[in-house]
Design a protein around this ligand. Structure first.
Ligand code: ADP
Ligand code: MG
Length: 478
């Protein structure tokens, strides 16, 4: 039996506002428990929520970026459930009328492009956190996170593999951070994914029963959780069982998912419009104001990088994965005198490797975009060989100063002077008469040895192409 995997993702993006969605308390992460919980957040009787305008603007930005409809009149609703970290006994969310409807996201996959449809994106508040530390045998509650604004972004069940789901999550993560509406910090929970997974026999029109895996806070966990869940469902069905609709948790230590609760349906939550909040009315003028403040979007920039700099689509998709990387690229190209492909190669190669190794973001790179551009320019104009370019890159990383200073201080200038190279070649030929004779007798691979000796004699600074030509000319001469 051939199985097809069906996946839809729900992403909770914490909106980067200074204060909460319905109160003035700070949203900063990491404060002492319960120091950032106002009377509204802890649900004291008689207090009223006041909607944060910035949170709405962030939602509009998102909607415009994915070509969605901005709902002219959306409604806040109460989602009722009991949990210790939810003092009101309900979460303020949106149900029938979300602020953002529809839209889509274009993914660049290794084997082409795919567009994933979005169902909706709605505003809601986050809950607090239970602390299972040492509280005299009891559980602690921290309400600092209660009331933090979230945008829940729901996709259609359009993904067909874990790889596509990860590509979707990464693209969405790139977009919300690019727009500046979410800091994207997955360790701190600013961007959390719930994966809905089902399988069906290939060719069957109806979807299979889905399970929802909650709170995946890294792309790797998202991928592994889906892969595990797909195997589990297929094995279950092939063994004659049926999949039960339920909510499951991913246990990273055991690399498996397990039942958290059987799935509740929307009506279990007794949603109803929150009488404390008026409908959210968004006029065309407000939308146009937000539109005017939008940056160039990653998809538009992707197309521009291909058209303007002649980059391969693959390079453009990597460079536009984050705003920081894209800006870095354009600054480096400008400083290099237009060597776009070379700058792209350095950024995707040596620079990304070094940033990964040290776990730092491109915005904090010790090698600035201007410096990288300078370095590329010096390789392009022949001052540096490609190999010594890497030496200069290391020196830049260590903070040894500007490119030309490093080249002079370390004496790295490539030797392109024909007289100097001729002298080195002649010296090597004299020192190794046996190998010269062998080459002339037809043992071509001696050339590599002789070039190696000459490169060594030049301390790696001889222009490789000139050295090669000169060596061959001399060997073939007499
Ligand atoms: P809920 O709010 O109860 O989780 P929704 O109807 O909002 O339910 O759907 C949540 C997510 O589940 C959406 O991303 C949707 O695309 C996805 N989904 C729905 N049906 C399936 C299915 N059969 N298999 C996989 N994903 C599904
Ligand atoms: Mg759900």
């Amino acid at each position: 039996m051939q199985w097809e995997v069906v996946i839809g993702l729900e992403v909770h993006a914490q909106l980067a506002t200074r204060s909460k969605i319905f109160s003035g308390a700070s949203t900063a992460f990491g404060a002492e428990p319960n120091t950032q919980a106002s009377a509204v957040d802890i649900a004291l009787p008689g207090v009223l929520p006041v909607l944060n305008r910035a949170a709405v603007e962030h939602a509009i930005r998102f909607g415009l970026a994915v070509d969605a409809e901005i709902n002219p009149k959306s409604v806040f609703a109460r989602k009722n459930y009991f949990y210790p970290d939810l003092p009101k006994g309900y979460q303020i969310s949106q149900m029938d009328e979300p602020v953002v409807k529809g839209g889509s996201l274009r993914l660049i996959l290794p084997d082409g492009e795919k567009t994933i449809r979005l169902t909706r994106a709605h505003l809601e508040e986050d809950a607090g956190k239970s602390l299972h530390g040492d509280f005299h045998g009891m559980t602690g509650i921290d309400l600092n996170r209660a009331g933090t604004p979230l945008l829940e972004i729901v996709s259609e069940p359009d993904m067909r593999s874990a790889v596509e789901a990860v590509a979707y999550a990464r693209t969405l993560h790139g977009l919300v951070t690019w727009l500046g509406i979410c800091d994207g910090n997955m360790q701190e929970g600013s961007f959390r994914c719930d994966a809905n997974v089902s399988v069906r026999p290939r060719g069957q029109a109806a979807f299979g029963t889905r399970c929802e895996i909650k709170n995946l806070n890294s792309f790797r966990f998202l991928e592994r959780a889906i892969e595990f869940e797909v195997r589990r469902q297929i094995e279950l069905i092939e063994d004659g069982g049926t999949v039960r609709q339920e909510t499951r948790l991913y246990d990273a230590d055991r690399d498996e998912t397990r039942t958290m609760r059987t799935k509740e349906d929307a009506f279990d939550y007794r949603y109803f419009p929150d009488p404390d909040l008026l409908p959210l009315v968004i006029g065309q003028q407000w939308i146009e104001e937000v539109r005017a403040s939008m940056p160039e979007l990653p998809s538009a920039m992707h197309n521009r990088l291909v058209a303007q700099y002649g980059l391969p689509a693959y390079d453009a998709s990597i460079l536009t994965a984050s705003r920081g990387m894209a800006d870095y690229f354009e600054q480096a190209v400008a400083a290099s005198g237009g060597a776009a492909k070379q700058c792209a190669n350095w950024i995707m190669g040596d620079l990304s490797a070094a940033l990964n190794r040290h776990g730092i973001d491109i915005g904090a790179s010790p090698v600035t975009a201007a410096q990288l551009g300078q370095l590329v320019a010096r390789v392009q104009d022949g001052t540096l060989s490609g190999k010594l370019g890497k030496t200069v890159f290391e020196a830049l990383w260590q903070g040894e100063g500007e490119v030309d200073v490093i080249i002079d201080n370390r004496g790295l200038r490539q030797v392109s002077d024909t007289g100097a190279i001729a002298a080195i070649v002649d010296g090597v030929l004299q020192a190794h008469p046996a190998q010269v004779a062998e080459f002339r007798a037809g043992k071509e691979k001696m050339l590599g040895f002789l070039i190696g000796q000459a490169m060594k004699a030049s301390k790696g600074k001889a222009n490789p192409q000139q050295l090669n030509e000169m060596m061959l000319a001399r060997l073939r001469a007499d």
